[in-house]
Design a binder for this molecule. Structure first.
Ligand code: PBG
Length: 330
């Protein structure tokens, strides 16, 4: 009788790494552009395509260019967009965020006209619309007023729903906003409209380029009073549980790459779909290194998007969506 020196498990593992077909057969995680959400920054004006310097390849675009954008996304198999707006004017209460003819409301209508099947996700937050750049209202002493902010966030959600948004995504991190938005949507007759909650949103330096893009850097202070401490992961599960109790339909972890462990923990804690936001700073780092020739952009992007899916995200919000879709189809 011969004695086995190589454990069976080990030998089997090696055989499944043989040909491309064998690797494809046993692959655990696949990337599908239908699971990407592509963020878009919309701005006032006509024929505007204003590049965002810290996010090469991304631009602030005007509403009249959105139909062409929708066609391109469809041809790439990307079926969802997440809208952010750059308002005409900012004020203390973020009025354009919930105006009937606000920039995102206009963009939503234009996109749904251009392609009714495109899923339009409306980001709900005040920071793009307030002159102080915070995600909620401020007290005279400059503190964020959680409860008073809820009413305005709910108004923003309803106005986006009225404009035709398919999914409402509150990114403000005020306590109780998912419940307040759900109630307001129901009262306005949008009973079937789902909510994707930015549940575990960390106070992260990776949002830097986004704040340039949306001109939403807080005028003073930071967002640590309402966004999460990067040191905490159990707290993420409490935030997720609270949002689920308030009837979130999809929960999100943001950013993605420095928080893959949190994505995994959230995946294991809920049966709801989990989204992960591969944010602006993560994108900018890859673009910068690729421009220097220091990284192979295609390989890096597909590897990182795969790792976000492998960690447990069903949905990936990413600025790389178009390029990744192109590479995946090759
Ligand atoms: C608004 C919001 C932010 C992002 C999405 N929604 C910025 C922030 O919280 O400061 C960041 C997205 C990115 O960095 O790509 N609250």
């Amino acid at each position: 009788m011969t004695t086995r020196t190589i454990p069976t498990e080990f030998a089997r593992t090696r055989r499944t790494r043989g040909s491309a077909a064998m690797r494809a057969l046993v692959r655990e995680t696949r990337l599908d552009p239908a699971q990407f959400i592509y963020p878009l920054f919309v701005t006032h004006g006509r024929g505007v395509r204003e590049p965002i310097s810290s996010m090469p390849g991304q631009a602030r675009i005007s509403v009249d260019l959105l139909a062409a954008e929708a066609r391109e996304l469809r041809s790439l198999g990307i079926r969802a967009v997440l809208l952010f707006g750059i308002p005409e004017a900012k004020d203390a209460v973020g009025s354009e965020g919930y105006a009937v003819d606000g920039i995102v409301q206009q963009a939503t209508r234009a996109l749904k006209d251009a392609d009714p099947e495109l899923l339009v996700v409306g980001d709900v937050c005040l920071c793009e619309y307030t002159d102080h750049g915070h995600c909620g209202l401020l007290t005279p002493r400059g503190e964020v007023e959680n409860d008073a902010s809820l009413e305005l966030l709910a108004r923003a959600a309803v106005s986006l729903a009225d404009a035709g948004a398919d999914l409402i995504a509150p990114s403000d991190m005020m306590d109780g906003r998912v419940g307040a938005i759900r109630q307001a949507l129901d009262d306005a007759g949008h009973l079937a409209l789902p909510i994707m909650a930015y549940s575990a949103k960390y106070a992260s330096a990776f949002y830097g380029p986004f704040r340039e893009a949306a001109d939403s850097t807080p005028a003073f202070g930071d967002r640590r009073g309402y966004q999460m401490d990067p040191a905490n992961s159990r707290e993420a599960l409490r935030e997720v549980a609270a949002d689920i109790a308030e009837q979130a339909d999809i929960v999100m972890v943001k950013p993605a790459l420095a928080y893959l462990d949190v994505i995994r923990a959230v995946r294991e804690a809920t049966t709801l779909p989990v989204a992960a936001y591969n944010v602006s700073g993560e994108y900018a780092m890859v673009k910068a290194a690729a421009a220097q020739g220091w990284l192979d952009e295609r390989a890096i992007v597909l590897e990182t998007l795969t790792s976000i899916r492998r960690a447990g995200a069903d949905i990936v919000i990413t600025y790389h969506a178009k390029e990744a879709a192109r590479w995946l189809s090759e």
